[in-house]
Ligand binder design. Sequence first.
Ligand code: NZQ
Ligand code: ZN
Length: 380
Amino acid sequence: MEKFTAYNPVTLHFGKDVLNEFGNTLLQYGKKILLVYGQGSIKKTGLYDKVGNYLKEINATVIEYEGIKPNPIIQDVDVAAELGRKHKVDVILAVGGGSVIDSAKIISITIPVQHSGWDFYTGKAKPLKAVPLITILTLAATGTEMNPFAVLSNHETMVKDGYGNKLLYPAHSFLDPQLTMTVPKSHTAYGIADLIAHCLEAWFGNGDSSLGDRFIVSIIREAMDYGPQLLGDLCNYELREKIMYAATMALNGLTLQGKSSGDWGVHSVGHILSLLYDVPHGASLTIVYPAWMRLVKDRIPDRIAFLGSSLFDQQLSAAETIEKLEAFFRSIDCPVCLSGMDIPGVDKNAVYETMISNKVSGANIKLTSKDYLPLIDLFW
Ligand code: NZQ
Ligand code: ZN
């Protein structure tokens, strides 16, 4: 095992009707609230009105920032931070999926300063404080509700990247699986794929941890056993609950204990597809993971074969493992090649150039620019 530090200060409120505890929790941080949300799903589902009623009950003053996009962008973050700064908000309330919560995390460290939140990504600035953040999660996928990471895109410099800092942990996250019942089938499947991909990034990361491997296998098996059932029964509370819990555990630090890092090479390649073609995050990963595994199969055959044998309860080779994983992604209607996404104007050269400028690699199984074209060829 590698040496590691375990730290997670998020208070997680999980289960049916946990929002009942929400008003009093919020009051501990103040009454002037910056409410951040996405492009309208919370209005359609009625959650916006419900949250509004809780906020009325505690006589909160609410400043709203609406319109965070999937694959969120720095421009929204900077405008929202300016709003929060102007109104001297006490606390940020993020209601939505990963895109909304990630944006709110960077808003929370940008309000106290006078520059763009992107300066944290480039290393030009280090955050010294954050406005407290409370989240209400509506989509099970990213794990952002219980981790210190935020992923944003900058279309001016053509970068999609993750940033991590202890200040980005939410103070409280409220997870009521009932709120995920309206997530459409496609995004439910992308969420299942994303949580599996987070486990795989840990599996292929730096360092050995036999207990860590068992955590990873258990979480992936949970997703593979119950994910397909959920896709056939989208309003099943117990199945929503299992997938939501699995998604949080897949990226809250648990699977990385005993390792110095995950690999994250596949994520950084996936981000290129999202940046260029707005591919939903989970879908980008089901395209890249099988291709990446084929590319590195001969470099780490035993590690891939051990994954397959652990997941599928039979002795499998690396090649058979890749086939089985790809078949699983296909069975939940996730794309396993770029042609499956039907993207107009998709251009291999643009993918290659953007991989070069983003210096795509991986912390453990390092990709170099020589790997890019063979990898891209495997997307078709
Ligand atoms: O725009 P809104 O109204 O929020 O609608 C969203 C969006 O259209 C909708 N949605 C969310 N909850 C819903 C719902 N629709 C109906 N009912 C509900 N209850 O679903 C669509 C996708 O939402 P989004 O927030 O974009 O999805 P997700 O949670 O998958 O987040 C993806 C983002 O998170 C980043 C990804 O790169 C991507 O930008 N990631 C963040 C990570 C982290 N912070 O640790 C790690 C991940 O690997 C990932 O990179
Ligand atoms: Zn992910």
